[in-house]
Design a protein around this ligand. Sequence first.
Ligand SMILES: [Zn+2]
Ligand SMILES: [Zn+2]
Length: 299
Amino acid sequence: MHGSPRCSPLFRYTRGITKLERHLHPISLSFIIFLHICIPISLYLIYFYGLSVSQIIYYISAYLLGGFGITLLYHRVWTHGAAKLNKYVEFFFAITSIFMLQQNGKIWIAEHIKHHQHTDNKEDPYSTAHGFWWAHQNWVVYSYPYELPRLPKRLENNKILEFQSKYYWLLSILLNIAIPAILAISANAPWWSGVIISLARVMVCNHFIYGINSICHYFGTQPFSKANSSRNVWWWIFTLGEQYHNYHHTFPKDYRNGIYWYDFDPTKWLLKLLTLIGLAKDLHKTPQEKITRAVAEQR
Ligand SMILES: [Zn+2]
Ligand SMILES: [Zn+2]
């Protein structure tokens, strides 16, 4: 055994732990508690100081661009190879993904590969085997020492992924602390109010994403497969399209998660738009016969 068993998904700097033990990670726990405390305080700060137009634009952009950074780039393009992106677009979303503070791309991808390989089992980082709250958030505040798998071959020597992972925490401070602090000062509010509101925004957005691993594995329908606990939850709409999680687990390489025209899947629409204007290519689409067959087998 090498490395410290005290590392956690939030502060995982060490690797190679083989013994499966869980430990509450005090730094991660304190950080998460602090981020939650920021939520009510930020409501008071907004009531007291208000928000300037530039602050409103910043917070909405942080949610949308950070969200697409995770759903479009981390998830569909990097992890599952559902499409290829123009390098400038890839770099742009690699940077905006940091608004979500979901760990650097390399760690996120490795953990998500593990989630698909071992869904619902103990090797799944956000496994339902340990209950709803583990799948939702507790996995982040406990250390759960497991070997992370190698990244897919197509990501080896990806300079954008390397750069983003190397400077992740530095860029996090710039995007999630320095910029909102400057915007607060320019709106005649104290700098720290911008930081508190920003950290509250990070926590709320993270709950949207956590819900994919909890809500979308507990509630909803299983029209495509009952092989694991993944479910389509149409009403979990804050995830930019990831709520069609049963389809995604059945056909993970598909650039779509919501396959019907009425499905609310902005990530699919954005990938399609980027393709139309020449900034993305090779969208992977599951053949319709395969989908029809999967649906028929569930009846
Ligand atoms: Zn899942
Ligand atoms: Zn996935």
